[in-house]
Design a protein around this ligand. Structure first.
Ligand SMILES: [Zn+2]
Length: 83
């Protein structure tokens, strides 16, 4: 059981340090606090649950990497985000 669900949208820019490929991905991040007070975040991209972009290590162009995250930024500016 969970409560206090908070959803934010963030776009991350990535660049591959191996081949130089750069791309952007938008994530829906659902922050929840369970009844025992533990915070967790689930990431969704295009409606599909994915691993955190912070742990991503493969490049869609060369499948190698490493990957560097350039700049996370919020893309949904219509809703104020209260941290
Ligand atoms: Zn690459």
């Amino acid at each position: 059981m969970e409560r206090d669900t908070e959803t934010v949208h963030e776009a991350y820019s990535f660049v591959c340090l191996h081949c130089g490929h750069g791309w952007e991905e938008e994530y829906e991040i659902r922050h929840t606090t369970d009844l025992s007070g533990h915070r967790r975040a689930d990431y969704f991209a295009r409606g599909v649950r994915v691993a955190s972009p912070l742990t991503r290590a493969d490049c869609p162009s060369c499948n190698l990497g490493p990957i560097r995250i350039l700049r996370p930024g919020r893309v949904n500016s219509t809703r104020p985000y209260l941290a």
